[in-house]
Design a protein. Structure first.
Lengths: 223, 195
């Protein structure tokens, strides 16, 4: 798997910012932050050079305006008063029903002590299991100044669909029929049995362990 | 009930301390501060005035009943909005089951129309139509994306606050917002073009 080629945190030229970074820009998460000022400026320069992204941002801003224009009507003062009255009486009733000491009189000290001992044993088992069975994990070096993750020294590689090549697919894993010629890059095309026609003269079938892995899609003018 | 001016000046922590002791004025002030944002979030998730008000009531009752267990790890607002948004989603699921059985939805809808503020002509009709289209698009989002988007867009919560409300990572918040916006934008393209 090839990690993304952009490296916006280190100011490298080329590549493109991820959608999360663009969303953060749109949502104003980069504003008012001195530590992100350079990133914001670079992002604005990049957006200015990519009209399709600039247009998408404009569309998103229009969506936000639509959202603001359609704010709901607030309930009337009478409705609020009725709601508050109901809330106060129900909340009081709820607090009155809550038991204060569930084990105080009925279960006895020995029962409580037994429960505590069992809980302590279980906790020891869990802790010991975690110590000996868990694999070592990489610590995240997310700067505390940042409210959201930006690729820094140890980026977590997340691939887009176009960056992944599917080398093998078993039809039984998907519950449907994968279509395409391997290796597949991008989204898998899955169809049901009613969606394709099998022609011995044209289909190319690659067999896996127990079931077919991929079928080449018939072209439209073929029988 | 007349509310003393002193309660208006108190911070949430002080009001919560009073509310835990059963002080009605403190409860009333908390309700007054957060009812609007709670209602807007519930309405966006449900698209129905009466159900949104019911969800807000239920959420406040739950919140007030469990106030003693509120440990202050998050703000009261984010804690309350978690309760509100979950209550609204539960309401939506129950309503879906009711509608499937064709029970009292028609009556509640009638009641909602009778008690809702009467809109003024033309401008508000257009706005009501836009709202209806937006709600319809919103209802087609998966619940997780819808909840995330509403908390961010309506409650004006930051990525971190939304993550705190939902108990998810900030990366997941950003990812859900991205896909929610993509889908909404696609569904509302004709409307967006005309705004």
């Amino acid at each position: 798997m090839t990690p993304p080629s952009h490296d916006w945190s280190h100011g490298a030229a080329g590549g493109e910012p991820g959608p999360e970074l663009l969303a953060a820009y749109l949502d104003g998460e980069l504003e008012g932050r001195d530590d992100l000022a350079a990133l914001r400026a670079r992002l604005e320069d990049w957006i200015a050079c990519h009209p399709e992204v600039r247009d998408e941002i404009q569309r998103q801003r229009r969506l936000r305006r639509l959202w603001e224009q359609t704010a709901p009507e607030e309930p009337t003062a009478a409705q609020w008063r009725a709601a508050l009255s109901s809330i106060l009486s129900l909340a009081s009733a709820g607090r009155a029903r809550a038991p204060e000491a569930p084990f105080a009189e009925t279960k006895g000290k020995a029962y409580v002590q037994t429960l505590g001992l069992v809980a302590a044993c279980l906790a020891c088992v869990v802790l010991l299991s975690a110590t000996f069975l868990s694999s070592p994990t990489q610590p995240w070096s997310v700067p505390s100044a940042l409210d959201f993750y930006l690729p820094e020294d140890d980026p977590f590689p997340v691939a887009r669909s176009q960056e992944v090549e599917v080398l093998q697919v078993a039809g039984a894993d998907t519950g449907s029929l994968p279509i395409g010629r391997l290796p597949v890059q991008g989204e898998l095309e899955l169809v049901g049995h009613d969606d394709v026609a099998f022609s011995e003269s044209n289909a190319r079938v690659i067999f896996g362990v127990n079931s077919p892995m991929a079928w080449e899609r018939l072209r439209d003018n073929e029988p | 009930m007349a509310l003393g001016n002193a309660f208006l000046l108190l911070g949430d922590d002080q009001l919560l301390a009073g509310a835990v002791k059963g002080c009605a004025d403190a409860l009333e002030e908390l309700f007054r501060r957060y009812r609007q944002v709670a209602y807007r979030v519930a309405y966006r998730l449900l698209g129905h005035e009466a159900d949104a008000l019911d969800a807000v009531q239920e959420a406040f009752v739950k919140a007030l009943t469990h106030l003693p267990s509120f440990q202050g790890r998050s703000s009261f607002k984010t804690w309350l909005l978690r309760v509100v948004s979950n209550a609204a989603l539960d309401f939506g699921r129950q309503r879906g089951r009711r509608e499937a059985l064709n029970l009292d939805w028609a009556g509640r809808r009638r009641e909602s129309l009778e008690t809702a503020p009467q809109p003024e002509p033309s401008h508000d009709l257009e706005r009501a139509d836009l709202r209806r289209q937006l709600q319809e698009a919103l209802s087609k989002l998966p619940a997780a994306q819808r909840q995330t988007f509403v908390l961010h867009a309506e409650a004006d919560l930051s990525y971190r606050e939304v993550a705190d409300v939902l108990g998810i990572s900030i990366g997941t918040v950003m990812s859900r917002l991205y896909y929610a916006r993509q889908k909404l934008r696609a569904m509302l393209e004709p409307v967006i073009k005309s705004t």
